[in-house]
Design a protein around this ligand. Sequence first.
Ligand SMILES: [Mn+2]
Length: 440
Amino acid sequence: MLGVWQARRHKLAQLVGDSPVLLWSGARQPRNFPANTYPFRASSHFLYFAGLSLENAVLAIEPGGTILFWDEPPPSYALWHGDSPQGEALAACLGAAACYPKSKLKEYPSLNRALTIPVPSVLGEQREILGTVPQLDPRLALAIVECRLTQDEWALQEMRRSAKVTMAAHLAGMEATPRSQTCAQVRGAIEGVIIAHDCTTAYNSIVTTQGQVLHSETYSHPLNPGDLLLVDVGAEVPSGWATDVTRTYPVTGKFSPSQKAIYEIVLQAQLAAIAMIRPGVEYQDVHLQACHVLTEGLVDLGILRGNPADLVAEHIHSAFFPHGVGHLLGLDVHDMEDLGDLAGYAPGRTRSTAPGLKYLRLHRPLQAGMVVTIEPGFYQVPSILSDPLYQPFINWEKLEELRDVQGIRIEDDVLVTPTGGEVLTQALPKTIADLEAVLV
Ligand SMILES: [Mn+2]
């Protein structure tokens, strides 16, 4: 294991050249008073290069080696939190040459040349030690992106573990749905499995009958016959690696004809996008392929009027599919999004403002070792559908027949292999037949 963290740090040090890198892990955040905190989770950059979610720590990385700066807790700590490891033992565990108290950080040679990443929970401390407001250094950010953009073998092993827990959790949710009265009960069944595996959720779970609310955090809705339930939940394993999976299914276990029709279209769009994945393919083309298949299906159903290719070129698909087809996945569910678009967008590329592209989070050629999500959807969002842009193309009479299809999303996580794509979450039911077989 030690070799993994050391190899990652060695690569980073080589990429940034002669400047040392200081990575803060961050501090606990209080909920309502200082002693009652949210669970601690280290900054993903620290976690990636340290391999340990250590609170209030700083890693100094140089080509010659790594030093850990960390304060051993006072003796009173043990009463409330149990024994703490010693600094030297932690340093050995991380493969660092030494552990010094944080007060020594100010004496760190070449501190004035150090590159760092601002960490929101310790901005004050960073400012005090660096003597200036911490800024995201583009050179360091790009070097970190280079390291984290593709996953090494150890990361993939953890991501597979995370995917396994996530699939078991989703399956428990499906099995619980026909006997549940509310979204909250299904959420409980799902998150119970995640917790029982000593994992956490990688992001706030979405378990809702209002799938058109893209990031709904309301769980109180009743499950009524005819409702579709959209479940977007992913586990995070103790080492920090995330999964991000969405399934949508009828609460009664049986799709209505209209739900079947739209579900099939979203599924075909997802499968077509997944089939394109291999190194060298532009992710934006994967997105556009999903848009095309979705639009074709909606034209065939008579919901949209026009030629599918022209409709996509004019961004009309965004009436029903307003977001991007997916994003990078790793230690963060939207991996490295704290760096803005530096990870998601290849150098020199910036976000389009066009309706069909502005929410695309990834715009790079795919590389072997990347893990991406593929998650097309269909949503009826009144504020979007009322946009004058779409009016000439929507057949409102036909759309009226789809009242029981407010939001559908299907999401899997795909590893880019040297020759194609491997769906890490393949084993979770996804076809209508497979879902209906589980929902009994
Ligand atoms: Mn996602």
